[in-house]
Design a protein around this ligand. Structure first.
Ligand code: TYD
Ligand code: MG
Length: 456
């Protein structure tokens, strides 16, 4: 046995956690079959107890000073500019993540073509597709005449050399997972390669002042390295979400050094690319008008914009020992909590039912304010009684069963009234405007909610 052989390391391709030995399931993130043997990277000086080189003493700056707000490259696509906080900041790197096929390449090609048409030097580097394919897509998008430069390349050094020569203001790398350098001995697509490629691109952005848009596929199976491992390196992380079966796409910032992270951009995937949806409040309502049991309209807010979303529940008697719970577009932990609260505080028993909860239109709801709407949908499905027409619901549900007021009550009510809703179920202690514009019913707790839905 050769003891001098470098010890192999095992790296989770989903979260980047390092393990001493192979395992079927990653301890850190819980994903299966994501651990891959990778060649050990250079030992870190600190980790190895190695003497660090002597450093230079740096000048400190006072906190009280003036800094200019960063300049911005606005794209003119307001749904995108809203999410970035007013445009791209030169010298920054952004990760654009999302499921394969969701429309990342399409959006980025549209953005780049637009900026190129506006006179910006823009380069699209693709390791995913050949030039022909990109041209075909550009033709479909109607931007073939944009003065945009392309490269089909995956070698990091070649990309860096090319970009240093071309000095673009804005670059798309499609995708991070295709980047590859011989310096890192692991196979292309592994975490080490992904990280090395991303690092080189981030450094290049800082050095040259270019905006670097890095596309990364998110995979649930962890077949290819997850872009999560580069989230900390970049200045902003935007996720492109949606259901491939629906035409709506949501762009959401989960990290942004230069702006807020609560705004979303809404697009519709059309035959000629992604189209902005400036007024999305009605999009996610399913067929809310046809009063079916199990539906409740949630008056939500995304960033500064109200957004009405239909939540759909289905409760059916189960044939399993452990009833099924499946959630699309909402948090499954939150569903479990609402089910428990409904049972304990309102006597609504769903323990013998399979429960399905779906948010219409491929939307993903994150606000706790959706609790009451989810509860209403569940009660309505169980009872088989549809809610009264024209009702919106919002409020956070506590473990005690009490319904708590949520922020921006007035904004939610105004939007619902504008869209023709006539009644709102809200928390008892909600701060109401003088003229809410619709009938407001205060719901103190989930028991009151259940009573209200069962009598009406
Ligand atoms: P794509 O941008 O290739 O996705 P990603 O880069 O995230 O993997 O988009 C793929 C899907 O979008 C594909 O199924 C076809 C569809 N599409 C349209 O519906 N309209 C269009 O104009 C384009 C370009 C694509
Ligand atoms: Mg693509």
């Amino acid at each position: 046995m050769n003891m001098a052989r470098a010890k192999a390391t095992y790296v989770c391709q989903n979260c980047g956690a390092v393990a001493a030995r192979w395992a079927g399931r990653c301890d850190a993130c819980g994903q299966w079959n994501t651990i891959v043997e990778e060649n050990p990277e250079q030992p870190l000086a600190v980790a190895g107890g190695v003497q660090l080189p002597k450093g230079k003493s740096r000048r400190l700056e006072p906190l009280a000073g003036t800094s200019e707000p960063p300049p911005r490259i606005a794209t003119g696509i307001s749904e995108l500019d809203r999410v970035t906080g007013g445009g791209f900041v030169p010298g920054s790197a952004l990760l654009i993540g999302g499921d394969p096929g969701i429309g990342k390449s399409t959006l980025m090609l549209q953005v780049l073509a637009r900026l190129a048409q506006a006179g910006r030097r823009a380069v699209y580097v693709s390791g995913e597709e050949g030039l022909d394919q990109i041209r075909l897509r550009a033709q479909r998008l109607g931007v073939l005449d944009a003065p945009l430069m392309l490269a089909a390349e995956t070698n990091v050094s070649d990309i860096v050399a090319t970009l240093r020569r071309e000095k673009p203001e804005i670059v798309v790398i499609d995708s991070l997972q295709t980047l590859w350098t011989p310096v890192v001995e692991s196979a292309p697509g592994t975490v080490s390669q992904l990280r090395a490629g991303a690092e080189a691109m981030v450094r290049l952005a800082k050095k040259t002042g270019a905006v670097m848009l890095l596309i990364g596929h998110v995979t649930k199976e962890g077949q290819i390295a997850g872009p999560r491992v580069v989230e900390h390196m970049v200045d902003a992380v935007l996720y492109f979400e949606g259901d491939r079966g629906h035409q709506y796409r949501i762009l959401r910032a989960v990290k942004n050094r230069f702006g807020a992270t609560d705004e979303i951009g809404v697009f519709e995937m059309a035959g000629h690319g992604l189209v902005e949806v400036p007024n999305p409040s009605r999009l996610f309502m399913g067929d809310a008008e046809s009063q079916v049991p199990g539906a409740a309209v949630f008056a939500g807010v995304e960033g500064q914009r109200p957004l009405l979303v239909e939540m759909q529940a289905l409760a059916v008697p189960t044939t399993f020992a452990t009833p099924r719970r499946a959630v699309v577009g909402w948090d499954s932990g939150r569903l479990a909590m609402i089910l428990a609260v409904l049972e304990a505080r309102a006597g609504v028993r769903l323990g013998q039912h399979d429960v399905y909860l779906n948010v219409a239109g491929g939307m993903r709801v994150r606000e706790p304010a959706a609790d009451l709407a989810a509860a209403a949908a569940l009660v309505s499905s169980l009872s088989g009684k549809a809610q009264a027409a024209g009702t919106v619901v919002f409020g956070e549900v506590a473990l005690s069963g009490r319904v708590r007021a949520v922020p921006l009550t007035e904004l939610r009510l105004r939007e619902a009234a504008k869209l023709g809703f006539s009644r709102a179920l809200v928390a008892e202690d909600s701060q109401l405007p003088e003229k809410p514009g619709l009938k407001v019913e205060r719901i103190p707790d989930v028991a009151a909610l259940a009573a209200r839905l069962l009598q009406s």
